[in-house]
Design a protein around this ligand. Structure first.
Ligand code: HEM
Length: 591
């Protein structure tokens, strides 16, 4: 049927008039309210998907595969139970310097393992973690093949946002691959040798402080003094990383690290609230203090970066230098101070790599350089301080190993204080001699086995991943590897797994236990610790300077109570008694 055109015209005029009337009737406040309610509804919908719908789907998927676990609470997951069990353990000290600390450190794991088997799921807020201990599965998760499929979860990233920003340790996918390629060569053996001098000088500073205390004790007729090495090694490793990162800009670098330390303390205190959606945007006193510290720290970092750029522009320096900052600055301008950046992670080829050389090497922005600087400080400071602390505590408890290590150092490099005027040659000689210190290497490995600074490693699935043929890790779930449990597993290490026996490493790491990958203090694969060689070199240098000069025994004040505060630490500090070693035939000083 034909509709007369004038009728249609009249109709459309009428509806337009109605629309205009509706809109003109609504006040601006009404429009704003309407928009606001849409936004609120959208936010509620999004929140419901994140905290309820998606976790529900993940839980169903895992249950379908026969992976069960303790029932999670909405929003909190199993946090309440985890914290409750941890608090019980933390409130008591151990009765002796025993090393079976696994039950103490991961009480919830031991409990749920018994109920649900070794492969089970638990929830940190809205994120499921699948506990996995089969070495072959772990090998696959750490492999190059899956390096881009696993990464860091958003909860993890939120937790560390103020400390690490989007640096390599928190990056995912292609962004991670680029950052890793760029920084990895800075940690290669040839570059590290050049840092031996800094490591020696910083250790000398620590020793100077001990000397002052010893002289005061000797003045009142005592021949030993108590030192708290957890603090002292914290200062030492912070000094080393500040010098190696910023070189000549050390003073400002030190101030930055003080700010970062305060930021870390704040973050740790309030870490339990990070799962609350939006909590980090609220103007609470904690957030305001965090923002202030972050602003001040980034201002200083920018100043250091700009100063270095200006010096080069004015021709006062020939290159950006070979401290870590210098290497990254060269890269930021498209240079190649870091050389061919494909070493460590060969086998990972992102989509962009193929054929696009220009895209393959995008430059670092100033923000990225700042985030990398923060990352090196955090990743490289407490971890190595922990290694040194536990190592000296163990040597204090096992004097026969202390003496073996001392004799080895004396045989390989002698008492290093006699070469203080040796200059650069002496530093490279020391760096070259480090691999010969095999006993020290075995002691360091055994320390890292019993007291690994990172007691768990979590790998978040950025896409659906199938591992071991039978396990599908859905996107949004994580594989959770209890490193400490693997290191203490008597099936892998034998019935003496809980004992300090450095000799188990005498034929190398691969033959120390039944599976070559069961020892993983630095993780494995392309996303392992980029600073591994740096850390071992630092520890060996510090020990080879300290051991020939002093002997250690455990102080009666020491209470054995390991806890995790980012890394594994002694809760009440690490008090040892320090005594000067007087050798009968002191070699004459070359000076
Ligand atoms: C005893 C000392 C150290 C231990 C036990 C250790 C352990 C680890 C572990 C287990 C990881 C993997 C973490 C994960 O995937 O969740 C890691 C990553 C990392 N470590 Fe270390 N670390 C140590 C020292 C250092 C040092 C000295 C530096 C730098 C100066 C450093 C820089 C890094 C960086 C940048 C990453 C992230 C690598 C990436 O995601 O590609 N670490 N470390």
């Amino acid at each position: 049927m034909d509709i007369p055109s004038n009728l249609l015209h009249n109709c459309s005029i009428n509806s337009e008039r109605q629309n205009i009337t509706v809109l003109s009737v609504m006040s601006p406040i009404g429009v704003a309210l309407m928009v606001l309610s849409f936004v609120v509804l959208w936010l509620i919908g999004k929140l419901a998907i994140c905290v309820w719908w998606r976790p529900l789907m993940l839980e169903r998927e895992l249950r379908r595969q026969g992976i069960n676990g303790p029932p999670p609470l909405l929003l909190l997951g199993n946090y309440v139970e985890i914290i409750r069990l941890e608090n019980i353990q933390r409130s008591i000290d151990m009765d002796a310097f025993r090393h079976d600390i696994f039950q103490r450190m991961l009480p919830f794991y031991t409990k749920w393992c018994k109920t649900y088997g070794r492969r089970f799921v638990f929830w940190e807020a809205c994120e499921p973690r699948i506990a996995v201990t089969e070495p072959e599965l772990i090998r696959e998760v750490f492999s190059s093949k899956l390096a881009l499929a696993f990464g860091k979860s958003s909860l993890h990233q939120r937790c560390c946002e103020n400390l690490l920003g989007k640096g390599v340790a928190m990056a995912n996918g292609e962004s991670w691959a680029h950052q890793r390629r760029t920084i990895a060569p800075a940690f290669h053996a040839d570059k590290l040798k050049g840092l031996a001098g800094i490591m020696m000088k910083c250790t000398e500073q620590t020793i100077l402080r001990w000397e002052t205390s010893l002289q005061q004790a000797e003045a009142v007729g005592k021949d030993e003094v108590e030192v708290e090495i957890c603090h002292d090694f914290g200062v030492l490793t912070a000094d080393i990383i500040a010098c190696t990162e910023f070189g000549s800009s050390y003073d400002k670098g030190k101030r930055i690290f003080d700010l970062l330390t305060s930021l870390q303390e704040l973050t740790l205190t309030f870490a339990h609230f990070v799962w609350l959606p939006g909590s980090r945007f609220l103007p609470t006193s904690w957030n305001r203090e965090t923002w202030r510290l972050k602003r001040e720290m980034e201002k200083l970092l920018k100043e250091i970066i700009e100063e270095r750029r200006d010096l080069l522009k004015m021709g006062k320096i020939e290159s950006y230098g070979d401290d870590l900052l210098g290497l990254m600055l060269t890269e930021s301008e498209g240079g190649s101070a870091l050389g061919d950046s494909n070493h460590d992670i060969s086998g990972i080829h992102s989509k962009r790599d193929k054929g696009h050389a220009a895209i393959r090497r995008p430059c670092f922005t100033t923000q990225q350089i700042m985030d990398e600087c923060k990352t090196f400080f955090f990743a490289g400071h407490e971890t190595t301080a922990g290694l040194l602390t536990w190592c000296i505590l163990l040597l204090a408890a096992y004097p026969e190993w202390q003496e073996k290590a001392r004799q080895e150092v004396l045989e390989v490099v002698g008492d290093i204080r006699h070469h203080e005027n040796g200059g650069r040659k002496q530093f490279t000689e020391l760096a070259d001699a480090l691999p010969k210190m095999r006993t020290l290497g075995m002691i360091i490995n055994e320390t890292l086995r019993l007291y690994p600074p990172a007691i768990v490693i979590t790998k978040y699935a950025l896409e659906d991943v199938r591992i071991g043929g039978d396990l599908k890790v859905p996107r949004g779930a994580s594989v959770w590897v209890p490193v400490l449990a693997m290191h203490m597993d008597s099936e892998l290490w034998g019935t003496d797994a809980h004992l300090f026996r450095p000799e188990r490493f005498q034929h190398g790491v691969a033959r120390a236990c039944k599976h070559p990958l069961a020892f993983m203090p630095f993780a494995h694969g392309p996303r392992n610790c980029v600073g591994q060689a740096f850390a071992v070199m630092e520890a060996k240098i510090a020990l080879s300077i300290i051991l020939p000069r002093y002997s250690f025994s455990i102080s009666p004040a020491y209470r054995h109570a390991p806890i995790t505060l980012l890394t594994l630490k002694p809760k009440h500090g690490a008090q040892v008694l320090l005594q000067r070693i007087r050798r009968q035939k002191e070699a004459p000083s070359p000076s």
